[in-house]
Structures are given as C-alpha cells and as structure tokens.
Design a protein around this ligand. Sequence first.
Ligand code: 2PG
Ligand code: MG
Length: 396
Amino acid sequence: MIITDIKARTVPDTRGRPTIETTLTAGELSATASVPSGKSTGSHEAFELRDSDNGSVEQAIENVQFEIARELATRDFSSADELDAFLIELDGTPNKSRLGANTLLSVSIAAQRLFAQADGVPLWKAIATRAGTTPGAPRLYVNMMNGGVHADFKLPFQEYILVVEGAPSEALAVARQAFARLGETLGDVPMGDEGGYAPTLSAIEQPFELLAGLVKEFPGTSVAIDAAASELFKDGSYQLLGKSYSAEELTTIYGSIAAKYHLHSIEDPFDEESADDFTRLTEKLGGKILIVGDDLTVTNPARIADAIARKEINAVLIKPNQIGTVKEAIAAVQATYGAGWAAIASHRSGETDDTFIADFAYGVGAHGIKAGGLGQKERLEKYERLLAIEREAKTV
Ligand code: 2PG
Ligand code: MG
C-alpha cells in the first residue's frame, strides 16, 4: 500500500484541550484517527508531544505533515504491522520522545483502518487477525462515580465502576438503568471528567454502599475501582479524605472492601513505584479478584514482563496511547495473555469521538473495556460502537 496523502489537524478532547487527528489516504481509500490524552498519567508512559508554550499540538501536526508524510511516501507497505515498525524506527527513541507517541498513534490507528478497508474486513477482525486472538465481547466497565484527580478528590479513589456482564446490547441496557438509578439516588450532582457522577461523600465505604445497592438490583453486575493510587501517594503514605494510610493499612481496607462489596477488580492499588506492595496484595487477593496494572505497566511489553516475573498483578490495562503504536499495544496484550492474565482495554480521561478502543477490545477478546460513564457523548460512542460490532459479528 502506498500512502498518497497525509493530513493532520487539531481537534478538542472532552476537557477542551487540543489533540491530534490524522487522515491517511491511499488512492481511493482514506481513514482518520484521533488520539486521547490522560490526566493521571503514569510516569513511564511514552512521551506525549505538546508545544511548550500553550500545550497545543502544532509540532505533532508538523511532524505528521512533513517528516512522516515525506518518509511514508517513499515506501510501499504490505501490512499495518510493517508500517508501525517503520514509525517506531523513524522515531528512533525508546519512549517516542522525538516525534511524540500521540503523533505516531494517530498515524498508526489510521493505517490500521486503511489496511482493514483494503482487505474488506471490519476493524475488530483485522485486529484479531493481526494479534492472533479470538475476538469476543468484553465486559463493560462503566464509570458510575468519578473521584481523585478526575473530580477534585471529592471521592478518594479515581473511578467507581459497575462491571456489567453479557452481550454488549444487553449489558448497555442494564448499565443505562443502573446509571439512571444512581442518578436518582444522588440527586443533583456534577459530572466528573469521565462522564460519571461526581458527588461529595464523606466516608471511604459510602460509594461502595451505593454500588452494592446497584449490584443487588441488577443481576450480572459487580464492582470495580481504579484507585489511581500514585495520585494519593504523598511522602510515603496514601491520603484518603484527609487521613494518612500506610500501604499495609490500605491493603487491609482493600481486603475488607473486597470481602463486603462484590469486588471484581482493583486497578493501581498502590503508587507506581511500589511494586512489592502490588505483589503482596496479589498474593492476598489475586485468587478472588483482578489486581490490574495501569500506571504500573503503562502498556509497555517490557514493564509487563517485569510484572509477570514478580507476580505483581494478574490483569493489565491496555491503553494504546501509553505506548504509541497499535503494534506495541498488541504486543502488550500478547504478553499479558502469555502469563494467563486478563487484559482490559481502556479509553483516557480526555477523549475524542474516535471509537478505536471498542474494536481493539473486541478484536483481542479483552476481559473488559473501560470507556467511562454514560453522561458524556464521547464515552457512549464507544459502547454504541460495541453494539454495532455485535451486529456485524453475526454477519461475517
Ligand atoms: C486511568 C485513566 C482512564 P487518565 O487512570 O485509568 O480512566 O485516567 O486517562 O486520566 O490516566
Ligand atoms: Mg488507571
């Protein structure tokens, strides 16, 4: 495939910050992709290129339209994988710090779409073939309440999630009812960054009581959290609602929450540099629930390999923009599956209307997809895309 044209532009994300969108053309075919952006980012994530003066992405756009356009035009690619390998080599740094992970990912996703079009297969199917995975519907990890940095720490943990089992169409119907029910219970409260409610509650267990009520009312649901604990970690201890807790005390809290509230998974229970605490918690609770790495593993196959060697977790969050190409995000899934662990595909807190993550989750047969709350259009679009895939999968 010869890329005949390449254009990039700025689009706003859900927080109103600029992000990059790229369109690739190959003869008659064309495909577009935009890239999300995180707020509670792991310090080992690949480099997101932003202009130093105002945080915009003009340099990233220039990199696409000049250097990348020039280099791609000289080649004929036989696969999206080959094109990604070329991008990685062109950047030439370990963390994409020259051209930017956001820059590269916008090209990489658009290229994956182009190759799927050229082969006449749905995107999720092209991803499954590329990854060597069995496609299938992920559980919906629907954000019910936002806390942490996504809601000014009105709640201590960053995300309070209802995990909904079943085919996407049935699961989304249940999620809608549960989301509306919680809204009735909470009354007039603001929304957080990820389209979930952002109430102010004064006890650690209170949000879990609310979720337990939903689990009771809606069969096939359970509770998950993203503690995003790197954001809670100050001077060697964890700050929750104005009180300080050691890693041991936090472990005890997780143990009692897990026992009491149908807990399905805990993401980033400790600071990203506290690997030993992860290992201890996984030893204690890993037989019953998923302990998920996000800031810990940052979709980086090498960091996932470390986590496997040290039994730090038993599930991995996969965010393509943490690593910068579809190729490496797939390698991260393969490393995860190699350990017999679960993969959960995830959006970012600053999202666009790009629904790539839904196809990715379905294509790799992920355990779950974390795509936010139902109070924001860009989150709903991911769930709606899963419904379209569910219909599509019956016909191919
Ligand atoms: C997370 C994400 C997405 P952010 O921590 O898992 O929910 O948040 O994109 O802000 O890193
Ligand atoms: Mg997280």
